[in-house]
Design a protein around this ligand. Sequence first.
Ligand code: FA5
Length: 347
Amino acid sequence: MKSELTTLKANTLQGIAEAKDDHTLKQIDINILGRKGQLTDILRKLKDLSPDEKKTVGKLANEVKTDIQIALENKQKQFANSELEKSLNEDWIDLTAPGKTTQTAGSIHPLSQLQKHVEEIFSEMGFSIMDGPEAESEYYNFEGLNIPKHHPARDMQDTFFLKEKHSTDGGRTVLRTHTSPVQVRTMEKYGAPLRVIVPGRVFRYEATDASHDSTFNQVEGLLVDKGISLAHLKGVLAQFLSRAFGQEVTVRFRPGYFPFVEPGLEVDFSCLICKQEGCRVCKKTGWVEFMGAGLVHPNVLKAGGIDSEVYQGWAFGFGLDRLLMMRHKIDDIRHIHGGDLRFVRQF
Ligand code: FA5
């Protein structure tokens, strides 16, 4: 029985040493140590031996069992380690790689970014930021601005009317065609002196093209004080434009007609999109109309409750979308409100 045990041990250890995978080890475990295994068989026969033999053979059998168990465990560990090593080599993870994002953060629309920038520049020059209603009374949009009913200047800003009468005066309600109605509203509320800007959305019933939209944004400026002239307007605009563009831009002033200013002027900037060579944005003129401006008409000061013998003022209204177009060389205004993410993600 002793030699049987020694042979069993030698064969089993050799089998373990030569095993190529975990499955083979499990088979050896079952065949040798299992309930019907070879070693278990031998151990079962111990009871037929004499007490002396039982002692020595029993001891040897236990040693054989322990040696086999240890050899199996060691080999199993070896397999587990090489599996781990293999998976570490094959499926390695780069812990420094950026994580996968399932949700992307939103961002501020370029037009809102620019509006904030404009507000900052004017705030630093002592201007307050005002707001006004988009659904406006016909009075503030037209009459209060010296544009009486049936005046041909109304055709310059053909517009959308709402069915509902305006709550304040029972007159017609219009989607404001410009931010200028806030001029009279602010004068009525705060009196003179005044220094405000009014950024806001405006609406016009017109065909769209590369530089015209039917919904766009303006920024109104109004300054009322004593002894005010166009020289102050030019100074403020020069300061504003140089800061807003951050690059050289040529502007030109030319006479312009608006019933609510006298004298009136228009300010154009050199087209930065084509560098004045001519494109569809500047309609091949090299210039883009940027704003209307002028000295506030005495009738408008009167409508706002301000004595035009004592106070003078200037006002301007510029297109925020056009400013954005020039800053970023956007060749079609319709991209700005088009909602195409490929456009907004560039800013
Ligand atoms: C006005 O709206 C006057 N309220 C401006 C003003 C204010 C004059 C105060 C005097 C004193 P105008 O219609 O020109 O003016 O528009 C002003 C600016 O808005 C234009 O110079 C242009 O930059 C922009 N703009 C006008 N129409 C459109 C349009 N359809 N799409 C995009 N921008 C426009």
